[in-house]
Design a protein around this ligand. Sequence first.
Ligand SMILES: [Zn+2]
Length: 280
Amino acid sequence: MSNRKLINQLIQLQELIVARIQKKASMANPSLDALDANIKLLSTDLPMRVKSHLNDLLKKNPEAMVPIVDGHCTGCGMEVKSSLINEIHHAKELHRCLNCTRYLYIPSEIVAREHASRVYGEKRQVGIARFSTEPLMVTPLTGTTPEDVLGQLCSRMQSQGFVEDGSQLLDLALQREAIISTAVDSGMAFPHVRGVEGGGLSMALGIHKKGIHFGGPGRTLTRIFFFMVIPTATSAFYMKLISGLSQTFRQKDVREALLAAESEEELWKIVVRETRTTIQ
Ligand SMILES: [Zn+2]
């Protein structure tokens, strides 16, 4: 297996492992069969030494494969020598951080705008307002495909200055969905793009009143889309955000309130009100 292929495979595997944790946290009786089958499939042809080191890393932390940002390992913060970064760029070999031994890779080129952090920086925000804002509420979403729906969320992220390039963001979000759908039961999905450089963790929320097929279990339609852009430095926040959202929106009446919102302003008010105690 070429190293480029090996690295991509490890990144996909990492996504599946995080998706599994997320699913377990957000559903009462999660069906993990499809995820487990995919994890197994991606693990089988890994070289033995990689597989065993990966398992050791995963015992301690779900983030076993981490990007290098600004010359530092995002797993432990240790500086990575430029000669090593160079080698990783050329993907000649699989490299580990000398300090925490996590596997290292160079993240995608997508850049979140500084604007986003400035929006949050002006006033010390609390709760969900640390991650989102009324202009990132999108209702109603239109269209019938994942591309339609994610396209509207990505272009909103761009028009509001949260990312430079909405169409690149869309490509990455669709690539992520292709690994395995982020839809859970109860008509919700948590599409996302990881490994973004700069900016803060930001979330757009889209409501599709009729629902679309987004790869949810069975023939479930997905109506509520929590779309997140996750800079590498914020993955710990991301897990907290996911667990807060799951706790809040596990309740049917709360989901119904979202679906009934008649304006983006109203949608934002509901989100703020309902997450007051679950997202600090
Ligand atoms: Zn490290």
